[in-house]
Design a protein around this ligand. Structure first.
Ligand code: AHR
Length: 644
């Protein structure tokens, strides 16, 4: 039996409560959300022809038109009638194209000795011989010694997930080519430097309140040189320099030699997506400590910036606020305006550092490595932007010494929120329903910035762990006075290129599916209400125990719709009767329901072939009325989540 006091409005639920966390892991950006289909389009990978097959008379040059991407390719006539000069790109795990749809090919090119030349472009299916090999083609006429951009549209005649793009050189004239690109014409919002439509739509449909970007570990980099540098990600895409991805190296035993960041999806695009989705942008910047402190002595320079040399990093943070919010007459505000967005992006939150920690006496005694850096950022940012909300971090573990050490320090430093991470097993999720009930209310607010239930011995997406995430989220929601943001992680994974799982959304080159965890997030986000309502069950909650008889619940009121919303998760293996007393509500009525339930194996999940195998279903249920209240009697299926 659960009593909901429908007349007692509790803490506001922040608009930022449920959001998304984006990191370029698992080919989430290049090869994923970013719709570019050509890998190594600027020939800047350390192996300049990585991803390309070449034949005929092809050579590499390095005095191209884009200073930060200087390499390009010279395609000269081959010496024999039967020999052809050609470059062929394999895309990311192939190039996915749909029959009848349009694809925009573009290339920067010139004819070095003047005159004119023709480039022939084919989309091909190398698994098929004969006439059917060519899926579509186009050509561009190049003229003159000046570098110019040429475009053509290709319409493949059939769908194929593993196409290659072939560019044939002119048999009589030498041609230089640079920044070879192919995008679907249909991208999210039709933008030329756009996002893959299905994946951006999936994000939009999560109804996020906040969008944390660009990571994760990639913020920090494997070393300082490979940290995420937002200034390299803005301005014309042709001149955004390549960065080695942190997830080039991985924990899964596989190695991804071709995993780089083109930065085609950069900070401008992130801010633009936030605007599209109507959510708050939350960028995170490097605090000068590289990922997971590879140097045993973190005070030594090399992978960490000495505290007295942080100016460049702090300036990056200050300039980022100017880029997002500054007037068009400011240096960085102008960069934004020149990219087509004179209006500010209205940035309110900024994260400093990802998973950092301090070293106490028990752990090397190196001292407050993170917090002394954070303080310098905080002093500078607070002085210039007093209204900006700063987000610190409590390290990689939601428990343990970094957490215990950093949580009080976040309070001392007066950050507005701190970011805590927990990838924990089933037992942890079920026994931490009261996690936030006992937190200090006088300190900063909480941003549960990365979390997911990782099954013990079953580290993949499956129904059971997603349900436990829902159970845990009722605890987040009950504590909405404290927890102002929560973002499941990671977000995206390519089925052929993942480093980490579980993840919210999976895809191949043409298809995608939403995991059950995605639907859990969506169910909360679409029913977050505006204020917590007190909800009590008929037993006393006990810390460390699995809800009450395996039931977890929370309730909110939505001032804008007048709805009372109750969420109940049954984590027990039996169906359970549930009575909801809606105190203060008179008269009988009908409650709409949204239910996530599954009678198959608890290891089941949606797949590319069955993307909608497990999805929430709508329904309704009658409420009777006694003198005091409306009463709803229901039976909740075993292992299910229902929103009333
Ligand atoms: O989400 C994957 C990784 O987990 C993130 O990059 C990092 O912040 C955490 O350790």
């Amino acid at each position: 039996v659960m009593d909901v006091n429908a007349k007692k409005l509790g803490a506001p639920v922040q608009s930022t409560m449920y959001g998304i966390f984006f990191e370029d892991i698992n080919y989430a950006a290049d090869g994923g959300l970013y719709a570019e289909l050509i890998m190594n389009r600027s020939f800047e990978f350390p192996n300049n022809f990585a991803g390309w097959d070449i034949s005929g008379n092809v050579s590499l040059k390095d005095d191209g038109p884009f200073e930060r991407n200087p390499h390009y390719v010279r395609m000269a006539p081959a010496s024999h009638r039967d020999k052809h000069t050609m470059i062929e790109n394999q895309g990311f795990f192939g190039i996915g194209v749909k029959g009848g749809e349009e694809y925009r090919f573009s290339v920067w090119a010139r004819v070095p000795d003047g005159g004119s030349a023709k480039l022939w472009i084919d989309l091909v299916d190398n698994a098929t011989m004969g006439d059917d090999q060519k899926l579509g083609n186009a050509s561009v006429d190049v003229s003159g010694k000046e570098w110019k951009k040429y475009t053509a549209v290709i319409k493949p005649k059939r769908t194929f997930a593993k196409a290659h793009l072939r560019v044939w050189g002119d048999s009589k004239a030498t041609t230089d080519v640079e920044h070879v690109s192919l995008f679907p014409v249909k991208t999210w919002k039709g933008r030329e430097n756009g996002m893959r439509q299905d994946l951006a739509q999936a994000l939009n449909d999560m109804h996020p309140g906040v969008f944390r970007f660009p990571g994760g570990c990639i913020v920090e980099g494997t070393d300082l040189e490979t940290r995420y540098q937002w200034k390299n990600t803005v301005g014309p895409v042709e001149n955004r320099p390549l960065n080695e991805n942190r997830w080039h190296y991985t924990f899964t035993g596989r190695y991804f030699p071709n995993y780089y960041q083109s930065y085609g999806l950069g900070f401008f695009e992130f801010f633009q997506l936030c605007e599209d989705f109507g959510c708050e942008p939350l960028p995170v910047i490097s605090c000068g400590l590289s990922c997971q402190f590879q140097n045993p002595d973190p005070t030594k320079p090399g992978v960490h910036v000495p505290v007295d040399q942080l100016d460049e990093y702090i300036q990056d943070a200050l300039d980022l606020v100017e880029f997002a919010n500054g007037d068009v007459n400011t240096k960085w505000g102008k960069v934004r305006a020149d990219m087509g967005h004179p209006a500010p992006f209205n940035l309110k939150f900024l994260g400093v550092g990802n998973e950092q920690w301090d070293y106490d006496e028990k752990h090397g005694g190196y001292g407050p490595v993170f917090t002394e850096r954070l303080k310098k950022f905080s002093d500078a940012l607070r002085a210039k932007y007093p209204n900006l909300k700063l987000i610190g971090t409590t390290g990689p573990n939601s428990e343990g010494w970094d957490f215990d050490l950093l949580q009080p320090r976040m309070k001392e430093l007066k950050v507005d929120l701190y970011d805590e991470h927990y990838y924990r097993d089933e037992k942890w999720f079920l026994s931490h329903g009261l996690r936030y009930d006992s937190y200090d209310r006088k300190g900063p607010r909480v941003f549960a910035g990365e979390y997911a239930c990782h099954g013990r011995g079953k580290k993949w997406n499956h129904y059971e762990t997603s349900l436990y995430e829902a159970a845990h989220m009722t605890g987040i929601e009950r504590n909405a006075d404290l927890v102002h943001m929560a973002t499941y992680a990671p977000l995206f994974a390519h089925v052929e290129g993942w480093q980490w799982r579980p993840d919210a959304i999976w895809y191949d080159n043409l298809r995608s599916f939403k995991s059950v965890s995605y639907y859990v997030q969506q169910m909360f986000a679409m029913n977050k209400g505006t204020n917590v309502l007190p909800l009590t069950m008929d037993k006393k909650p006990v810390a460390g125990q699995e809800g009450q008889d395996g039931l977890f619940a929370s309730s909110v009121f939505d001032k804008t719709t007048g709805e009372i919303i109750v969420k109940v998760v049954n984590t027990s293996k039996q169906a359970q009767p549930v009575t909801l007393n809606l105190q203060g509500i008179k008269g009988s009525r009908t409650a709409e329901t949204l239910t996530l339930s599954w009678s198959g194996s608890m290891d089941d999940e949606n797949t590319l072939d069955q993307p909608e195998k497990i999805t929430p279903k709508t329904g309704s249920i009658g409420c009777t009325a006694d003198k005091k209240q409306a009463v709803l009697n229901d039976e909740l299926p075993a292992m299910s989540f229902r929103i009333y």
